[in-house]
Write a protein of this length. Structure first.
Length: 306
């Protein structure tokens, strides 16, 4: 080996007497901590013992346990090694286990990237439901709870943002995925646009204290909100069925996904027609101009949810 051992002549620096408990080859593997290291060892050579002592040595060298990753083929093997390292040294080695490095890293290969998308889609749907209640409250002139619904929308939006950040931060370069990472993030952005539109619609509605949505258009806005909710519902189903497709790659499942996409496009078209109908009524009405502008913009924002 050309690597230099980091074993110090002053062994008092370390609690564990490595040179007394390991043979020469094991000691060199444990104490060589500078740069990458490849150790080839056969059966009965003490691989488990060496890895256990190496974890303890790295911790004693001052490396944060949370930054140490120990991977073995069987999951129980890594856990047992870390427990042994903790017994050898102290509780610091235990911080290498559990939810620090090992499990999240392995889960990148075992969990579908659609898990996070599904969770995010469900949160978007919850946010849209709260938005629907807020609009109904406002139109019905029973707006004592309108601000409560707005706060609920803000809460769901914040929770969805946390999920979005988690998805982005836990897809490092080189992670094996059934789809390109850029495509995944683009779709996540499309889901996120629903949240932006919901929040913007309620903000826009609250900018003007009165007179609110004209009575002649209340039914139309009810229809518009119902129309944009349909594709939000289908969005969750789309993610669910797409996950199934990437597990089987079956032609039948592919057709199911395509049918959902066609349904969402049709629902978007239906929502556009309701939105256009509202605009046409407003532009041909005798309603004062500021309200016309306010309502047209509101219809456009709500329509963008679809």
């Amino acid at each position: 080996m050309q690597e230099q051992s980091s074993l110090s002549n002053n062994s008092d620096k370390f609690r564990i007497r490595y040179e007394e408990q390991l043979n020469v080859a094991q000691l060199q593997a444990v104490t060589t901590t500078a740069g990458p290291l490849l150790v080839i060892a056969g059966a009965g050579s003490g691989k488990t013992r060496t890895l256990t002592y190496r974890v303890a040595r790295i911790v004693e060298d001052g490396v944060s346990p949370a930054s140490i990753l120990l991977l073995t083929s069987p999951r129980k093997g890594a856990r047992q090694m870390l427990l042994r390292a903790a017994k050898l040294l102290d509780h610091r080695c235990e911080k290498t286990n559990g939810g620090t490095m090992r499990i999240p890293f392995i889960s990148l290969f075992m969990k579908s990237p659609f898990d996070g998308l599904q969770e995010h889609a469900e949160k978007v749907k919850e946010c849209a439901w709260a938005f629907q209640q807020a609009i109904e409250c406002h139109i019905a002139d029973q707006c004592e709870n309108f601000e409560e619904f707005r706060l609920e929308v803000d809460k769901f939006e914040s929770e969805a943002d946390s999920i979005k950040r988690r998805i982005r931060d836990h897809q490092p370069k080189g992670t094996l995925m059934p789809v390109d990472k850029i495509q995944l993030f683009r779709y996540l952005r499309e889901q996120d646009k629903v949240l932006d539109a919901v929040e913007e619609a309620l903000d826009w509605l609250s900018f003007r204290s009165g007179p609110g949505i004209p009575q002649a258009l209340e039914k139309d806005f009810f229809l518009l909100v119902d129309a944009v909710m349909d594709p939000v519902e289908e969005m969750c189903r789309l993610v669910l069925e797409t996950r199934k497709y990437f597990k089987s790659y079956s032609k039948k499942q592919c057709e199911i996904v395509k049918d959902i996409i066609h349904t969402i496009r049709r629902q978007e078209h239906d929502a556009d027609k309701v939105e256009d109908g509202i605009k046409e009524k407003l532009l041909n009405s005798h309603i004062e101009p500021i309200t016309v502008f306010h309502m047209i913009r509101l219809a456009e924002i709500i329509g963008s949810i679809a």
